[in-house]
Write a protein that binds this ligand. Structure first.
Ligand code: FO1
Length: 330
């Protein structure tokens, strides 16, 4: 840890860091920003989904958070831009190019900008800050690392299946294949991006967003020094379960838990998070599993976790912060 990142004396009251994946985290952050000032919020975002296509640097989770908080997200998909046009992609398809990953015209502009800035030597966190500022976002938006981390998936079948890239699994296969293993290539050498450890040390509350525990939160928490920092602040770490009623609201988290040998329930989530998070926010639908969450070592807090609209996301964010303050951390 650099001198600049060593712990400071006390937490800044009201400040929050959110460990974030894509769609679920973006909706949570959107709610959080209705109950906290942007200057109080730091989002620390997964980069394991990042990849290169058409020679462009694509960072899906950072972009989903950016577009959502800017009010520019496509509400139907939860990723990409609202009011998007697809002229480049259509022409690319006509040429016989790769059009399986849907990059819209507006979205492409961001990828061109990011790729150009990276080629000039700017780090991912610098570019992320520039993009966030261009959208008028007041929060601190950080990739968990400026170093490359690649989530790699081993399909369960056939027996001798080799690893595939995350977006190949998620988009090309529509996360419809069973998973045998998940690996984060490069993570052992990855360093936390500037500001990440300091935020985790200084904020009053750390929230683990309702994101996939394996492929969204895993590549954040497994960056060297991040888990250790969270463990030291365990009483200030509150997770929101991405599993409701035994399944994920969106995406493959529930199926993945089962396939990787974990119980697809809030108790299973608690067993995954208990070493570094003290509290688990669960939905009313799972209220009967509160004792199992407690048995796994996390304090259960039961509330409405379905973020059907920004108001309900704000209510969830408020309840999550209150769960932390009940432990005397805010
Ligand atoms: N998800 C899809 O299911 N299909 C797509 O074609 C697709 C394109 C895409 C383009 C830009 C972007 O930022 C995200 C995009 N996503 C797409 C979503 C994304 O790949 C996943 O949701 C995340 O990686 C998982 O968090």
């Amino acid at each position: 840890m650099s001198g600049a990142e060593r712990t400071t004396a006390s937490s800044t009251a009201g400040s929050v860091a959110v460990l974030a994946g894509g769609v679920g985290a973006a909706r949570f952050l959107n709610g959080l920003l209705r109950v906290r000032r942007p200057a109080e919020v730091t989002a620390i975002v997964n980069v394991g989904d990042d990849f290169t296509l058409h020679g462009l640097n694509i960072s899906p989770d950072l972009d989903t958070v950016t577009y959502t908080l800017a009010g520019e997200i496509n509400p139907e998909t939860g990723w990409g831009r609202a009011g998007e046009t697809w002229r480049v992609l259509t022409e690319l398809g006509r040429l016989g190019g790769q059009d399986w990953f849907k990059l819209g015209d507006l979205d492409l502009a961001l990828h061109l900008f990011r790729t150009q800035r990276r080629s000039e030597g700017a780090s991912l966190s610098q570019v992320t800050g520039e993009v966030a500022a261009s959208f008028g976002l007041g929060l601190t938006l950080l990739p968990v690392s400026d170093d490359p981390i690649q989530t790699r998936i081993t399909p369960a079948e056939p027996e001798d299946a080799t690893e595939i890239d995350f977006q190949d699994y998620f988009v090309a296969h529509r996360h419809g294949i069973a998973v045998r293993a998940v690996r984060f290539a490069g993570i052992d050498e990855a360093r936390p991006a500037p500001g990440v450890l300091r935020a985790l040390q200084d904020v009053a509350t750390i929230v683990v967003a309702p994101s996939n525990p394996f492929v969204s939160i895993g590549p954040v928490v497994d960056v060297p020094q991040v888990r250790e920092t969270l463990c030291r602040r365990r009483d200030s770490v509150v997770a929101v379960s991405p599993i409701v009623g035994g399944t994920s609201i969106k995406g493959p988290a529930g199926a993945m838990m089962r396939e990787l040998g974990h119980e697809p329930s809030v108790a299973g989530v608690a067993r995954l998070y208990a070493d570094f998070a003290g509290t688990l926010v669960i939905d009313h639908a799972d209220g009967d599993l509160a004792p199992a969450v407690a048995e796994a070592g996390m304090t259960p807090v039961v509330t409405d976790t379905i973020m059907a609209d920004p108001d309900r996301a704000a209510t969830l964010a408020k309840a999550t912060l209150e769960a932390a303050s009940a432990k005397g951390t805010t």
